[in-house]
Design a binder for this molecule. Structure first.
Ligand SMILES: Nc1nc2c(ncn2[C@@H]2O[C@H](COP(=O)(O)OP(=O)(O)OP(=O)(O)O)[C@@H](O)[C@H]2O)c(=O)[nH]1
Ligand SMILES: [Mg+2]
Ligand SMILES: [Zn+2]
Length: 331
């Protein structure tokens, strides 16, 4: 601050390749340049500043003379690991209270993907709400979908089925869009994130695009993240559809898989992997029909991915992965 006496706080509302758009306290919206150290010098593989140290939509920054001069501390940031050889985090949005996990009740519906989103949200203490769109389409079966998400519902995560084009969707979402709340829409391309944004806004501000007939896949219509103030007084962040959701290694499976962790606590062996060990309470629950085998498989897969990402993260930081210093976890 001392070095920038004329700097003013503003919130990042759009993020483009070339720079940012911010809004200040008077709702004045304007373009700003990034600090030079955030811009990758041509010919360099990596910029001087790590991606997570640069502003994303939802961040507060200090602006002076049309340029960002500082990133203010953030409360949290929804993130995933970026694809590629090197460990890198990709921030989706910062300073968020609620994650609206949008999934169509067409070919897009996938409980395993939803579990993945919930894992990422909880790691940052973002409250997840599952929004199943396209409930109006012939063939949509909200009851069957809710049954497939029984363990998610059991953990207190709300699951709503809506027609994203219908203003009634705004009423259904109202409890999570109170004044001062920041909510982010996440989900695959074509799930209906921008359609919901427009319905909540009461006007067609974001471009939407038809999905492919064959497999209900979207065409990546939204290409940048945007924060829009809603009439309700909440802030809503629309994002481009994501293909891949890799954990960063900072997640804990305990919250999202409390049912499996509770069963694991009574397995005969403390280090039971729930594969072929005798006295495994988790496998017994699957055999008794009390636990979805797909959910268990996803748990194993995610556990593996989180552990591997945690190793890569620790390598990058040059330390020992958190919680792995002393062998197994005590019972
Ligand atoms: N009938 C019906 N159509 C919907 C619903 N939600 C979305 N759609 C349609 O699905 C298509 C994709 O919607 P978008 O809002 O563009 O999807 P998106 O999630 O923003 O996709 P990306 O921007 O590509 O990530 C559009 O043709 C919408 O009209 C719904 O609840 N009911
Ligand atoms: Mg969109
Ligand atoms: Zn076991």
């Amino acid at each position: 601050m001392a070095a920038h006496p004329r700097a003013r706080p503003a919130r990042v509302v759009e993020q483009h390749r070339a720079g940012y758009v911010v809004a200040d306290a008077t709702d004045h919206v304007f373009d700003v340049e990034s600090p030079p150290q955030w811009q990758r010098p041509p010919g360099y593989r990596r910029g001087k500043v790590a991606p997570e140290a640069r502003a994303v939509v939802g961040d507060w920054v200090l602006v002076e003379d049309g340029r960002i001069v500082a990133l203010l501390p953030r409360r949290n940031a929804l993130k995933r690991a970026a694809a590629g050889e090197h460990y890198r985090q990709q921030l989706i949005a910062a300073n968020v209270d609620v994650a609206l996990v949008v999934c169509g009740l067409d070919g897009d519906f996938n409980p395993r993907r939803i579990e993945r989103y919930l894992l990422l949200a909880r790691a940052e203490e973002v409250e997840p709400v599952v929004v199943l769109t396209k409930a109006d389409l012939p063939g949509a079966d909200p009851d069957a979908a809710r049954a497939a998400l029984a363990s998610v519902l059991d953990q207190g995560v709300p699951v709503l089925a809506v027609n994203a084009c219908d203003p009634a969707a705004a009423d259904a979402l109202a409890p999570w869009l109170r004044p001062g709340t920041t909510a982010v829409l996440v989900g695959s391309s074509g799930a209906g994130k921008s359609t919901l944004t427009n319905t909540l806004l009461g006007q067609a501000r974001m471009k939407t695009g038809q999905v492919r007939e064959r497999d209900a896949r979207g065409r990546h219509t939204t290409t940048y993240r945007a924060l829009v103030p809603l009439p309700s007084g909440a802030c809503l962040i629309d994002t481009p559809g994501m293909r891949e959701l890799k954990p960063t290694g900072e997640e804990a499976l305990d919250d999202g898989f409390a049912d499996i962790e509770a069963l694991a606590a009574v397995c005969r062996f403390r280090d039971c992997r729930h594969q072929a060990e005798p006295g495994c309470a988790v496998r017994a629950a699957v055999e008794a029909g009390d636990l979805d085998p797909g959910r268990l498989a996803n748990y194993h897969k995610l556990q593996d991915e989180v552990a591997r990402a945690a190793d890569r993260l620790a390598q990058r930081r040059g330390g020992i992965p958190p919680g792995r210093e002393g062998g197994g976890r005590p019972r």
